[in-house]
Ligand binder design. Structure first.
Ligand SMILES: [Zn+2]
Length: 253
């Protein structure tokens, strides 16, 4: 075991010694159409019996992908069409500052209805906005637009982003977006997981938030697949480590 895996295992042991359960969850983004990478993702989830929250792009999704999902997969809403509407100088976002709020919320509600119909019982009305970005001013209005949950990136400030809107974020991005656009590396990835666990243990992060692993099947290189397999093999069955289904995390089902 190398140093990165060793310090990850040590942190899990600290939780165990303290009599506390570690909660992990797994979100994968950008599903829309069937392709070999998605098939490989679903096979991995099934083989390792790991609950998967699949963030699907509503307006691009075809009904075929939902036929391939087994019982361990929940469907979250990945924005509406994943189009970058950022103005010059704005960071990538589907929800730019200039868009009238009513238009954005209508777009979200229409997309939610489409995805709910396609995904059926697997659908959770949880919004995972593309690039993890959403205007904060929309949060109080999301519940009225039919959403019960929100998932972004980084330690959440509170269990509810707004009344009626549970928030559970991801904290460990497997991809090095600004560099190779491939695997971020065991060292960086495991260190990010340890950082969130330590912050929760020491009271610097909200203690009840499950630590989320974020993958993007479409850009996985072999190193990402190998890492995920090892993560699930080791941390799925480790004593005191739980991977709750996302319905439970978001208090929906
Ligand atoms: Zn995305």
């Amino acid at each position: 075991m190398n140093a990165a895996w060793r310090s990850f295992a040590d942190e899990l042991a600290r939780w165990r010694d303290a009599g506390r359960a570690v909660e992990f969850w797994w979100r994968d983004d950008d599903a829309a159409r069937p392709d070999p990478a998605l098939a490989r993702l679903l096979a991995l989830a099934q083989k390792t019996a790991t609950p998967l929250a699949l963030a699907v792009i509503p307006t691009l999704a075809g009904k075929e992908i939902f036929e391939q999902l087994d019982g361990g997969v929940s469907v979250l809403q990945h924005g509406t069409d994943h189009r970058n509407r950022a103005a010059l100088g704005e960071k990538k976002t589907e929800f730019p500052a200039a868009e009238p709020p009513a238009a954005a919320l209508q777009r979200l509600a229409t997309a939610r209805e489409r995805l709910a119909k396609l995904a059926g019982a697997r659908f959770l009305p949880v919004l995972a906005p593309p690039w993890n970005r959403l205007k904060v001013s929309y949060l109080p209005q999301l519940a009225a637009a039919g959403f019960r949950g929100l998932s972004q990136y980084g330690a959440r400030a509170a269990a509810q982003a707004a009344p009626g809107l549970a928030q559970v974020n991801t904290h460990v991005d497997l991809i090095d977006w600004h560099g190779t656009r491939g695997f971020a590396g065991e060292e960086a990835v495991l260190a990010a997981a340890v950082r969130h666990l330590v912050a929760k243990r020491e009271g610097r992060a909200e203690a009840e938030e499950a630590t989320g692993w974020l993958s993007h099947h479409a850009v996985h290189d072999e190193a990402v697949w190998t890492f995920l397999e090892r993560l699930f093999e080791t941390a799925r069955t480790a004593p005191g480590v739980h991977w709750p289904r996302s319905g439970k995390l978001f208090h929906i089902s």
